[in-house]
Design a protein around this ligand. Structure first.
Ligand code: OGA
Ligand code: NI
Length: 341
């Protein structure tokens, strides 16, 4: 049998030679028209762009990466003490998630940690899926960890709101359209710490750091270290698919569009198909999923439909959509209960 080569070719080169140019949206720029125009162009073209001068300090970004490394460096037994629960908070071991089941031989080769919006147990909202108190590693083991993550969670939400105002303008809406209570007023924002071990992915054999997927909500703010790994496919309906690496940019966010933005905009803006390939080096990233509230009804925007262009999707309750997507892509928690008993 012919042996397939792996670890060669552009798919796994550690530093790709050619990467697509991405627009940079400068959140400190007073020229809002220029920001709207750059963002709109990026959303129509690829659904991905950089956000620079976002206001989160370098110190805080570095601190989050440091704390991220410290957590994943703990022994597995310690990490399993904060295993993800049914409200999607806590540690996700290797292979827990499988983002592209049709093309993967097993789950994603990555570890993760979900941190949601903090909702006290006695808050009526906590009766719903996805709303709950967070779970935290013990302060004796990782001093200051919770404080760092909570601070980052709050600041990232403000960045998300600022970007959402530019998106609203790009869709001919009032700037505060997404600030509504049911959208970003009380969102379901998830911070997700990620670590990809130093193994080489092999797409031709169904092995990925993260399988091809689109994110579910409005947008995702991604901070990465300087190791290449993230790829996008600009035209998700083309065959064969063409994958391009996205260059890390220190201090910036890589922002991609989620499925709800595709639905709101009636496919004017499409959610970005992306995946992660391991290249043999460990890689850390920090994703912040900006999602509307559980009860938000997402339906085609008035500015994105007409008699000639009727809505392509029926309205959907975001919580239902998210619940289904999580169910499709995560191991049943009972598997862990069985392993531990
Ligand atoms: C994700 C994701 C990309 C990365 O977690 O949804 O696409 O670079 N992450 O870690
Ligand atoms: Ni993603």
């Amino acid at each position: 049998m012919e042996k397939k080569q792996s670890g060669t070719g552009t798919d796994t080169d550690s530093v790709p030679k050619k990467v697509p140019f991405l627009n940079r949206i400068d959140l400190s720029s007073p020229d809002i028209h220029q920001s709207v125009s750059l963002l709109k162009q990026a959303c129509l073209d690829s659904g991905i762009f950089y956000v620079i001068n976002h206001g989160i300090s370098e110190e805080l970004m570095e601190e989050v990466f440091e704390q991220n490394k410290k957590f994943f460096g703990l022994p597995l037994s310690e990490k399993m003490k904060v295993l993800r629960n049914e409200k999607h908070r806590g540690y996700t071991p290797l292979f827990d998630e499988i983002l592209d089941p049709d093309n993967q031989v097993h789950g994603d080769l990555k570890e993760g940690y979900y941190i949601g919006v903090e909702v006290p147990e006695d808050d009526p909202k906590a009766e719903k899926p996805f709303y709950a108190p967070n779970v935290w590693p013990s302060d004796d083991i990782l001093p200051g960890w919770r404080h760092t993550m909570e601070k980052y969670h709050l600041e990232a939400l403000e960045v998300a709101r600022a970007i959402a105002r530019i998106i609203a303008l790009a869709l001919d809406l009032e700037a505060d359209f997404f600030d509504k209570q049911e959208i970003l007023g009380q969102p379901l924002a998830f911070l997700r710490l990620l670590k990809y071990p130093g193994q080489i992915s092999d797409p031709s054999n169904g092995l990925y750091g993260a399988g091809a997927h689109t994110d579910y909500g409005l947008i995702t703010l991604l901070a990465t270290d300087d190791v290449y790994g993230l790829q996008i496919c600009k035209d998700k309906y083309a065959q064969p698919q063409v994958w391009e690496f996205i260059a890390p940019l220190k201090g910036a966010f890589i922002v991609n569009l989620g499925d709800m933005l595709e639905r709101w905009s009636n496919c004017l803006f499409k959610s970005t198909l992306h995946r992660v390939l391991g290249n043999g080096q460990e890689r850390y990233s920090i994703a912040y999923f900006v999602e509307p509230s559980y009860d938000c009804l997402v339906e085609c925007l008035p500015t994105c439909k007409s008699a000639k262009n009727p809505p392509k999707f029926p309205p959907v309750m975001y919580g239902d959509y998210l619940g289904q997507r999580y169910k499709d892509t995560h191991i049943d928690l009972n598997v862990y209960n069985k392993l531990q008993s």
